[in-house]
Ligand binder design. Structure first.
Ligand code: ATP
Ligand code: MG
Length: 555
């Protein structure tokens, strides 16, 4: 956390509330609906809710907003808990809106008794049609004049399963002429004869969001109920329920949701990608989900830092995906060990290095660490793998890598000079021939020769094979949803490139899931926790070393 930044508007509100003794302790909540996996947008809400409580010595609840039995599942509940913990947060209390079904029912009966709720016979379509428009008042329903006794009887019958889905609903009696459409006698309960993942078949009526959410806040004594801007128009209704029921005066505050370029962030759309097998599940490393980012190699710190950097606004905006990548690069640069990996190998033969000889060189693990993070062994011999793109038969202008006659440094090893090359029948270069300069050994260089280029390499006799997966953005368009219709038409066909047999340093065979590496000149990588096995290592590219997309934009 940077100390010098000014307070965001929520921190100002909290500080004022504590200063005026309106609250002695603040209590926030993170209220996911368990109908999908958490995404980076949720991370913003998590950091905000837990961050506020942490900063001001308050408490944060985790509350599953599980009032819609149709879309919810325990698999999602477990993944949400794992993701919140992984991000580095721990909740005070764990709740389920469904645990409040009895209390919510009693509160609804209370409103009926106050003459403030009634059972409606109209269908959802008829209710919508009678609601009017923002400029025209709605029509009051004949059911509005039902007696309290009749409403109590009908509501009990609804609860007892005497009606079918859609036959009846419970509505709040607010104001059919309100300029706010949400206040025109909103629905409080509907009938859904569906099994609920926690309450089973106990209930066949389920409360609607506005009623359930606000009253759950009150039940938990939430002081600051923070949600995204689209709920601003719901706030009068949130307050109406609290005032009429005289429950704990929770207050709702809205902030702008996180939008990111080159991705979609609604659980519904992400679910579609999963169900249509367009990605490898919710944790596909290209997904903007927390589990996808984790598998991709993002660290909790990088995500929290990202959320801190984007801050909290009251106006909608869109954040460049590059900022998220910047945050992980910044973190891994300091923590990831360096290794050499050749993705597209060709042979380099050092003709003046004795056949059969080999020696052990030393490679720095991480020059960004104070002690270089120590050193690792690098076996060196006459035949090496180098990256085919590091050799040009006819070098382009300002080429500092290998080409006939040119000298280059082999990272942590010697300077070599190209003396020739061999091609196959198709004209593809298969071998580069070099001579090395024995006095130019890294760390003990007495050759006096300066070269501009350094390339990575591996000794052929000790290099191992591994699969390397290069990920790129899932969508080509900055806003995949811009064009009307199918966002899937904007998917990037090259978002996953699999290199089945890359060459890796022998040392990498001991890599563990969670280890992070910088493959020199190639990017940051981690072991894929899902596909990697002892027999076949699979590495995921977390992020490139530089932002290739930003450069494309500059052209
Ligand atoms: P989605 O539209 O992706 O399904 P949601 O809002 O329906 O998201 P919930 O599970 O209801 O998802 O959200 C839990 C909390 O996370 C809510 O308080 C919601 O406002 C917040 N949240 C969801 N998406 C974002 C986002 N993109 N940026 C910030 N907060 C978000
Ligand atoms: Mg939702």
């Amino acid at each position: 956390m940077s100390e010098e930044r000014s307070l965001n508007f929520l921190e100002e509100i909290v500080e004022a509330d504590l200063a005026s003794a309106k609250h002695t302790i603040i209590h926030t909540r993170f209220p996911p609906e368990p109908n999908g996996y958490l995404h980076i947008g949720h991370a913003k809400s998590i950091c905000l809710n837990f961050g506020l409580a942490d900063k001001y010595g308050g408490k944060t609840n985790l509350r599953f907003d599980d009032t819609n039995p149709v879309t919810e599942d325990t698999e999602y509940v477990e993944s949400i808990k794992a993701d919140v913990r992984w991000l580095g947060f721990d909740w005070e209390e764990e709740h389920y809106a469904s645990d409040y079904f009895d209390q919510l029912y009693t509160l609804a009966v209370d409103l009926i008794n106050k003459g403030l709720a009634y059972v409606e016979d109209m269908s959802a379509e008829e209710i919508a049609a009678s609601k009017g428009t923002p400029t025209e008042p709605g029509k009051e329903s004949p059911a509005r004049s039902r007696t309290i006794e009749e409403n109590l009887r009908l509501f009990t019958a609804m609860k007892n399963g005497e009606y079918n889905d859609g036959d009846k609903v419970l509505r709040a009696k607010v104001d059919m002429a309100s300029p706010n459409m949400h206040m025109r006698d909103p629905i409080m309960y509907r009938i859904k004869k569906t099994n609920h993942h926690r309450t089973g078949d106990k209930w066949c009526i389920y409360p609607m969001y506005d009623f359930a959410h606000g009253q759950s806040d009150s039940i938990e004594n939430i002081t600051h109920s923070i949600c995204t801007l689209e709920f601003e128009v719901h706030r009068p209704l949130y307050n109406w329920y609290i005032e009429r029921l005289a429950t704990f005066p929770s207050k709702q505050y809205e902030f702008a949701r996180l939008n990111l370029t080159y991705t979609v962030m609604s659980k519904r759309k992400l679910l579609q990608l999963v169900q249509e097998n367009l990605v490898d599940g919710w944790d596909d490393p290209r997904m903007p989900t927390i589990s996808g980012l984790r598998r991709r190699g993002f660290t909790p710190f990088s995500i929290r830092n990202f959320c801190e950097k984007i801050g909290v606004q009251r106006r909608e905006n869109i954040i460049d995906f590059g900022l998220l990548e910047f945050c992980i690069r910044e973190d891994l640069n300091k923590t990831a060990n360096r290794r050499m990996v050749v993705l597209d190998p060709i042979k380099l033969i050092i003709t003046n290095y004795p056949e059969g000889k080999s020696e052990m060189l030393k490679g720095e693990n991480n020059p960004e660490m104070e002690d270089n993070g120590g050193y690792r062994d690098l076996p060196f011999s006459r035949e090496l793998w180098i990256e085919s793109e590091d050799f040009q038969e006819v070098p382009q202008k300002k080429w500092f890598r290998l080409a006939p006659e040119m000298k280059v440094r082999l990272k942590s090893a010697y300077i070599v000079q190209c003396t020739g090359f061999t091609k196959d029948a198709q004209g593809k270069v298969t071998e580069v021939l070099c001579e090395y300069i024995p006095e130019s050994k890294s760390g003990a260089d007495t050759s006096g020769i300066n070269v501009k280029g350094t390339i990575h390499w591996l000794s052929i006799e000790s290099a191992l094979d591994a699969e390397v997966r290069l990920y790129d953005r899932l969508f080509n368009a900055e806003n995949p949803l811009d064009e009307e219709g199918d966002f899937k038409s904007n998917m990037n066909p090259n978002s996953l490139v699999i290199i089945p047999k890359a060459k890796i340093e022998p040392d990498l065979q001991h890599a563990l899931p969670g280890d992070q590496f910088q493959f020199i000149r190639k990017g940051y990588f981690c072991l894929d926790p899902k596909f990697s096995t002892a027999e076949k290592l699979v590495f995921n590219r977390t992020v490139t070393l530089k932002d290739a997309w930003a450069k494309m934009g500059e052209k």
